[in-house]
Structure formats: C-alpha cells, structure tokens
Design a protein around this ligand. Structure first.
Ligand code: COA
Length: 395
C-alpha cells in the first residue's frame, strides 16, 4: 500500500471521522463495490460463489487462497474441518455453566471461544509456525457452531448433541441445534446465507480482529475481540428487527400507511437502506430468491411487503435510495428454516468467524502493529500536578 507517514514523531494526519473511506491496509480477500452493487471474495463474485459452491469451498478460498477444483481437494478440506468441531471435554463441561450466565447469545459464545483458545493452548500468532496458526484459525471457526448449539441447548434445559463430522458445516450446525435429521433445503438455504455474510469489507469487527492480530496476540484473542465488536448494536445488527417490522405491519394492505406513519415519526424502517449500497444490496437479492424457493407464508408476505415499502420510501424520501438490505431477508430465511430469532446474530457469527480468521491470517503475515494516533483536545499540558490535601477533615 502506498503510505505517507509523518516525518516527525508528533506530527498527525487527520482522517475523516470514523475512518470513512480511509484505506488502512492492503487485502487480497475481497472488497465491496457499493456503486456497482457488487462484492467479492478474492476475485470471485460472492453471490456467484453462494449460488454454486459450498461454505467449505469459500472457507478454503479465503483461508488458503484457492478454491478446490476437484472433489478430492474439497474432501480433504472438509475432512480437516469435521473433527475440529468436536471441542475438548473441559470446554464442553464448562458450557453448561456459561449458558447459565451468558445465555445462548454472543456473550456466551465469546466466553466459550475464549476458553477453547486456552484449552487448545493457542500460542501467540507472532511465534506460531504457519501450520499451527492455520490449525488454530480453522479450529476457532470450526468450533463456533458446536459452542452456539451447546449453549442454546443448555439454556433450554436440553442435552447438547455431539457434532457429526460427516455432515457439512451448516447441516451439522442445524443438526446440533435441533437433533433431528436436517432438512437439506433448509441446510442449503442457511449455508447460502452464511456464504453471503462470511466477509463484507473492512467492517468494525474485521478491523478489530486485524488490530489484535497485528499485535501478535493469539488467534483466540483476535476472534474474541471481533465478537465483542460484533455484539454492539451499531454493528451486529439484528435480523430480528426486520421480522418485528413485518409483524408490526401485519398484512400487506397496511404496509404503506405503516411506513408513512413511521417516517412521519422520524423513525427508520428496519431492513432498508445501506451505508455502502445505493441500489440493490446484492445479498438481499439472492436471499429473496432463496426465501422464494423455500416458500411459506412468511416469505410470501415479506416479498409482497418489500415492494410496497420500497415504493413508499421512494415517494417519501426521493433524495435517498432505500432498498431492502441483507437483514430484511436474513431473518425471513432463518425463521423459515426453523432458527429461533435469538440465534440470528450467533448464526451470523458462524459464517463471519470464517471471514475473521482469514483476515487474521492475512494480518499476521504482515508483522507490523496497527498503531494509529489520537488528537488531544483537553486543557493545554503540562499543568502542575495538584497537591493531595492530607487533612482528614478535608472533603
Ligand atoms: C443501514 C443504515 C445505518 C445506513 O445508513 P446511511 O446510508 O449511512 O445513511 P444515514 O444513516 O446517514 O441516513 C441517511 C438519510 O437516509 C435516511 N434513512 C436511511 N435509512 C433509512 C431507513 N431505513 N428508513 C428511513 N430513513 C432512512 C436517514 O434518516 C437519513 O435521513 P436525513 O438525511 O434526513 O437525516 C441506515 O440505512 C439504517 O439505519 N437502516 C435501518 C437499519 C438497518 O436495516 N440496519 C441493517 C443494516 S445491514
């Protein structure tokens, strides 16, 4: 990357608030082209990959740099991941206690992943040889569905279900959640959702993962930090908010009036608008197809209401380009596939940990710490340090 660093140690370069539009590193993992309504993983369109490939293929592409081109290559990678979904006994034993405190949400997952990193004795990225580093990164992403499912089942008074390494990653996740043989259509739909959300530019959690990786810390620390960033309401999103919107609208004939009233109250319509895309969000386009294929009342309702909301927003806010975003259909697809809405954000994390770990691997190869600066805006220093009044009567 072409960089300009200040000549003097105290010289600062101002950047836009929130680092908007600032390229802080180079990446070969992909990017988001908002104006074109396009995003890609390495050189391949992410939506094409989600249509034609498996999550494991995308995982291999992101982490190892190449898509498998033969069944044998695919099988080798899949066979590597399967056993890594089984977590050590000391971790599975502790999950019941974690579920009691952290529930089945991201907090529980964060604690369980941190414990797994300890149990696996993950060395600092700085010191770990490439094979060990790769194994730790695979392990963290592989074990995520196991931990989410075990936390979920414990928090509902159910025994966890052991992973089945012969199943695909998402099919096994659904199997561990529900215990019944998984509907292959549902597994494919959730897999496609995960493939569409594995990575999406230099978002806050990805940046966080890379900052921690740049310090040379262990892979577990980087993933746990990223989860912390994801848990914030401005980032992790909540596909459940879009479902709440559909419930509030109730029936298509009420949609336009509902949107008008909400906009008059200066509220935002959940599941619409995007910071980067000004036209259609490519993820929502594919998810709409997936929802349509799955069928069902919820999907039909969401599709008919989307058109009404889009038209009403275009009329009320002609200055803005407000279209359905990924969250609008994510909730519809997950709910139709039987995933409880409390699990929407953890399910998002199943795919996203794969993206984080690929980013961590890339960052760890660049052995330079990310260390920006802050502009001090307090009273001019140095002020004399006030004396402490030792009089016991002084208040
Ligand atoms: C996603 C989101 C934060 C992106 O916002 P953004 O493009 O950075 O735009 P801003 O937040 O600067 O808003 C720009 C304008 O569009 C309006 N706007 C943006 N999204 C809107 C929405 N969903 N409903 C109504 N108005 C919206 C804002 O009120 C603002 O209007 P103003 O200029 O009169 O103040 C925003 O569209 C939003 O809040 N959407 C709803 C929440 C959501 O679906 N989040 C999931 C995102 S994947």
């Amino acid at each position: 990357m072409a960089t300009t660093t200040p000549d003097e140690p105290d010289q600062l370069i101002d950047v836009p608030a929130g680092l908007r539009g600032v390229a802080v590193t180079d990446t070969r993992l992909g990017d988001v082209r908002g104006a074109q309504g396009f995003f890609h993983y390495r050189q391949y369109s992410a939506t094409d990959l989600a249509r034609t490939r498996s999550l494991e293929d995308v995982w291999q592409l992101l982490l190892d740099g190449e898509l498998p081109t033969t069944a044998a290559e695919r099988d080798r990678f899949t066979a590597e991941i399967g056993p890594l979904r089984t977590v050590p006994d000391e971790v599975s034993d502790a999950v019941a206690g974690i579920a009691r405190h952290g529930g089945a949400g991201l907090g529980g997952l964060r604690t369980a992943l941190s414990l797994l990193a300890q149990a696996d004795d993950m060395p600092p990225l700085w010191d770990s040889p490439p094979q060990r580093r790769r194994r730790d990164l695979l392990r963290l992403a592989a074990a995520t569905p196991t931990l989410i499912a075990a936390l979920w089942r414990h928090s509902h008074g159910l025994e966890p279900i052991a992973p089945d390494p012969t199943l695909g990653h998402i099919a096994d996740y659904l199997h561990m959640l529900g215990g019944t043989p998984t509907d292959t259509r549902a597994a494919r739909a959730v897999e496609q959702y995960a493939m569409l959300t594995v990575d999406h530019g230099f978002n806050a959690s990805t940046f966080t993962a890379r900052v921690v990786a740049s310090t040379g810390a262990d892979a577990g620390s980087a993933v746990v930090a990223a989860l912390g960033a994801l848990s914030g309401p401005l980032h992790g999103g909540a596909p459940s908010r879009a479902l709440q919107l559909l419930e509030a609208i109730g029936e298509p004939s009420r949609a336009a009036a509902w949107v008008r009233a909400a906009i008059e109250r200066n509220e935002r319509i959940m599941g619409f608008g995007h910071a980067v895309y000004r036209g259609d969000d490519p993820r929502s386009l594919l998810l709409r197809h997936i929802a349509q294929d799955l069928g069902g009342d919820l999907a039909d309702f969401a599709i008919s209401v989307e058109a009404i909301i889009t038209a009403t927003l275009a009329e009320l806010r002609p200055d803005r380009h407000l279209y359905a975003n990924v969250e609008y259909y994510a909730g519809v697809v997950m709910a139709t596939c039987g995933i409880d809405r409390q699990l929407f954000t953890p399910t998002f994390a199943v795919g996203r940990t794969i993206g984080w770990t690929a980013n961590i691997a890339e960052q760890a190869a660049d052995r330079r710490i990310i260390r920006p600066a802050a502009r001090y805006t307090g009273p001019p220093p140095p002020q004399p340090v006030p004396e402490l009044n030792l009089d016991p009567e002084a208040r």
